[in-house]
Design a protein around this ligand. Structure first.
Ligand code: NAP
Length: 485
């Protein structure tokens, strides 16, 4: 199996076109969450290596910014093809370090390629404006230019696709990049370096450093050559990066935590709602920012929904992501398992009932049973906190107003979902929900064509859609005078 992945499993950092080790020679171990066994190491880089990567990106920017949009579009198309040509190998590498099922990994790699293709197309549409001038002898132009060096910091739950949404628009716009993948899943990020080399993206345009998050983050925030930080991860780290980068007034895009509600009304199609619930809850073992955190179900349909959700949860096949037919892999580590156990203990102590699952899986390690809890109440931990695990708490509600108020009662505002067969209700509820993304009778809604992102403490900026390019471009107003007209 490693035969396939080995060409992409880079145990080094990419700085200015060279694969290098940390100055100190220190490394970080990377383990397979399904076995707990070490699969390799990556360099433990710090400030100095990051500074060199930023300087290389700045040097490369001087020429890369002058490439035409068509040229960059062609490079991105090649990158898309290289990703798809190696989809199986990249998916195996992803499963090996992250744990998700091979089916999900292939889906993630396919999604990465799709974002790259989308931005290959968008590269050619970074239009400016010719504005009607208030002066007869002057003309008013608005142009858009790449911001410069961008720094991208990504999480472990989607180590490939979270990067595609950042590198895709960055390269499309003509920016150069310094990337810091998550320490638990660095190989899928480093693989982008190998792919970029393969398709001829010039040296220094994409640099990748792994290692001490604090040191790398501090250098990125303080270095004036970095013009933009794009981060996907926890709200806590996101807030800190916003604060630290204020000293050099950088653009920031923040894709942060969520607390997605999933509302099921009495008039919903029950089977469709259960199918959507399974997808929106258990994908990546519940470890996605758009995973349902709270189910709110109307009294008339509540008992049937809980019964069917529990049945469907029990039927999910848990196991190593590399084994055929597996639908749910392990959690990223035992700390994540302990956190899920804390949520369950808290709910039980406050009157919640475990309807299915509820404990560590017989496979041991960080495997956990898909779990449904009924009788959830607003004083339980999951009302406020992100679970990030395979636990589905179900609350009961009576009225539409009550459901919308409960759904909005959080500082987060990333994704939400609701199921109804009533068109008027669909519009009322959709307009009442304070979220960046709404799934109506759909549990999986992410696509490169649409702007992904949140409101409130879930973040700033959008990834995907035509909006996804905006944050990588500066707007320049040009007034041409003395035309003598
Ligand atoms: P995290 O702890 O915030 O880590 C994310 C990244 O930030 C990692 O690369 C991490 O490096 C790095 N980091 C940590 N401390 C840092 C610092 N002081 N300076 C600079 N970088 C630092 O988040 P996570 O646990 O990996 O990811 C889960 C979170 O991401 C959840 O809250 C989830 O909702 C959110 N998420 C959001 C979206 C979205 O689009 N809104 C998508 C996916 C995930 P190390 O790995 O080296 O610690």
């Amino acid at each position: 199996m490693l035969q396939k992945t080995s060409q992409f499993m880079k145990q080094a950092n990419l700085i200015n076109g060279e694969w290098v080790q940390a100055d100190s020679g220190q490394t970080i171990d990377v383990t397979n969450p399904a076995t707990g066994l070490k699969i390799g190491t990556v360099p433990k880089a710090g400030k100095a290596e990051t500074r060199r990567a930023i300087e290389a990106a700045q040097q490369a920017f001087l020429s890369f910014r002058k490439t035409s949009a068509l040229e960059r579009s062609k490079l991105l198309r090649k990158l898309h093809d290289a990703i798809m040509d190696n989809q199986d190998a990249l998916a195996e590498l992803l499963t090996l370090e992250q744990g998700k099922s091979l089916t999900e990994s292939k889906g993630e790699i396919g999604s990465s390629a799709a974002y790259v293709l989308w931005f290959a197309e968008e590269a050619r549409r970074a239009y400016g404006d010719v504005v009607p001038s208030p002066w007869t002898d002057r003309r008013v132009l608005v142009t858009r230019e790449p911001v410069g060096v961008i720094a991208a910091i990504t999480p472990w739950n989607f180590p490939s696709s979270m990067l595609s949404r950042k590198l895709g628009p960055a390269l499309a716009a003509g920016c150069t990049a310094v990337v810091k993948p998550a320490s638990q899943t660095p190989y899928s990020g480093l693989a982008w370096g190998a792919l970029c080399e393969e398709v001829g993206i010039p040296r220094g345009v994409v640099n990748i450093v792994t290692g001490s998050a604090g040191e790398i983050g501090d250098e990125i925030c303080a270095n004036p050559l970095v013009k933009k930080i794009t981060f996907t991860g926890s709200t806590e780290v996101g807030k800190m990066l916003i604060q630290k980068s204020a000293s050099t007034v950088k653009k920031v895009s923040m894709e942060l935590g969520g607390n997605a509600p999933f509302l099921v009304f009495d008039d919903a199609d029950l089977d469709r709602a259960v199918q959507g619930a399974i997808a929106a809850k258990y994908r990546n073992s519940g470890q996605t920012c758009v995973c349902t955190n709270r189910f709110f179900v109307q009294a008339g349909i509540h008992d049937k929904f809980v019964e069917k959700l529990a049945e469907a949860s029990k039927a999910l096949k848990v196991g190593s992501g590399l084994d055929a037919g597996v639908q749910q892999g392990p959690l990223i580590d035992v700390k994540a398992v302990e956190k899920v156990e804390e949520f369950i203990a808290d709910a039980k102590a406050k009157g919640g009932k475990v309807v299915s699952g509820g404990k560590r899986h017989a496979l041991g390690g960080s495997f956990f049973e898909p779990t449904v809890i009924s009788g959830a109440t607003t004083d339980m931990m999951f009302m406020k906190e992100e679970i990030f695990g395979p636990l589905a708490p179900v609350f009961k509600f009576d009225t539409e107003e009550e459901a919308v108020a409960l759904a909005n009662d959080t500082e987060f505002g990333l994704a939400c979902y609701f199921y109804t067969g009533d068109l008027g209700r669909a519009f009322r509820v959709m307009e009442g929900l304070k979220y960046g993304m709404v799934g109506v009778n759909e549990g999986i809604i992410t696509t490169p064509e649409a702007p992904f992102g949140g409101v409130k403490e879930s973040g700033l900026g959008r990834e995907g859609g035509h909006q996804g390019l905006d944050d990588y471009l500066d707007t320049k107003y040009v007034c041409i005078g003395g035309l003598g007209l």
